[in-house]
Design a protein around this ligand. Structure first.
Ligand code: HEC
Ligand code: HEC
Length: 159
């Protein structure tokens, strides 16, 4: 009985919500290479085919060059695809036409953010929806709880 209680006490709150914390099997290059210009986006937020396309076009990466040696590129693609979101859940990226897909353009992302106003998106501190940390103060740790959200004008989301 004691053991069971201990087990229950250790379950994180919201264990059944989206868990976007850093994954244990991430190759070291994931944080080093994919977390240097923006946060290392959680692999769960894009479908497998979309990740493959992102990783096929790293030399033309949203206007930047994020090219890698083939061994590292392949290891990162394998990791991303292994943890990719189910297309049925995240939805395929809606901008997947010739350009690299965006997780900020999936049905999932749009649904989660439908209450965010266009003024907030356009705020100078945000610049792009991909700038998760502009509002999610613990995005780099993979934590997106509502009580941690501080909007770019300084107001707390929950108040
Ligand atoms: C040299 C800088 C740089 C590196 C390195 C880099 N990125 Fe990016 N990435 C960018 C820029 C710039 C954008 C576009 C941001 C914007 O305008 O919204 C972007 C956007 C993205 C997006 C789309 C975000 C959205 O809007 O939904 C994904 C996905 C992405 N990067 C994944 C990766 C992965 C995976 C890696 C590692 C293999 C990586 N990036 C490495 C610069 C970089
Ligand atoms: C302009 C501010 C802003 C930016 C930028 C932003 N978000 Fe959000 N996000 C919010 C707000 C506000 C909510 C809560 C919406 C609500 O309560 O309905 C939210 C909700 C979420 C949730 C759901 C949290 C929950 O408890 O259900 C996740 C996950 C999330 N965002 C991930 C991201 C990721 C990943 C990025 C970057 C790719 C991002 N967000 C960029 C403001 C932002």
């Amino acid at each position: 009985m004691k053991k069971l209680l201990l087990f229950l006490a250790c379950l994180p709150l919201g264990a059944f919500a989206d868990d976007l914390r850093p994954l244990r099997d991430a190759p070291p290059a994931f944080q080093a290479e994919c977390g240097s210009c923006h946060i290392a986006f959680p692999p769960q937020l894009l479908a497998a085919d979309d990740w493959r396309q992102v990783m096929r076009t790293l030399d033309k990466h949203y206007g930047d060059n994020a090219g890698l040696d083939e061994k590292t590129r392949q290891a990162l693609e394998d990791f991303l695809v292994r943890h990719a979101g189910k297309a049925a859940k995240v939805g395929a990226s809606l901008t997947n036409m010739g350009t690299a897909p965006r997780l900020t353009q999936t049905a999932w992302f749009q649904r989660k953010h439908r209450e965010v106003s266009s003024a907030d998106w356009r705020h100078a501190k945000v610049k792009t929806p991909a700038n998760c940390a502009a509002c999610h103060t613990k995005a780099a740790e993979g934590s997106y709880r509502e009580r941690e959200i501080v909007m770019p004008d300084g107001r707390r989301w929950e108040d």
